[in-house]
Design a protein around this ligand. Sequence first.
Ligand code: HEC
Length: 113
Amino acid sequence: MMFRYLSLATVALSIASVLPAMAQQVAGTPAAETSHLDVDQLFATTCGWCHSDGGRVAGKGPQLMNTKRSDDFIRNRIKHGKEGAMPAFGSTFNDADIDKIIHYIRSLKPDQP
Ligand code: HEC
C-alpha cells in the first residue's frame, strides 16, 4: 500500500518536472521551423534596395539568380552580413525563414520579355 502511494507520488513528481521543460522548449524556440515570411515582399523592399529586380540583377549588391554559392554560404551571408557591404539579418529571420529565402533564390528565373 505504501509502495503504491509512493510510486504514484513519483509519477506525479516526474510529470511536474517534465512539464516546465516542455513549456520552455515551446517558448524557447520561437516559431520553430515555421516561416510566415513573404519573400517576394521582402525582395520588393528590404533586400531589393541592393539586390535589384527581385535578385535577378546586380544593384549595390550582386545578382543572386544563378548564384554558384552554397546554401551554407548564403545562410551565413544573410545571418551575418558583410561589414561595410550588407547588413546582418540574423536576428530578423529564423532558420525556416532563411530556408525559404534560399529556396526563393534558387528558383529565380529571368524576367519574361
Ligand atoms: C545595403 C545593401 C544590401 C542589402 C539591404 C542586402 N544586401 Fe545582400 N549583399 C549586399 C552586398 C554588397 C553583397 C556582397 C557582399 C560581398 O562582398 O561578399 C551581398 C551579398 C548577398 C548574398 C551572397 C551573394 C553572393 O554571391 O556572394 C546573398 C545571398 C544576399 N546578399 C542576400 C540578401 C538578402 C536575402 C537580403 C535581404 C534580407 C539582402 N541580401 C539585403 C548588399 C545588400
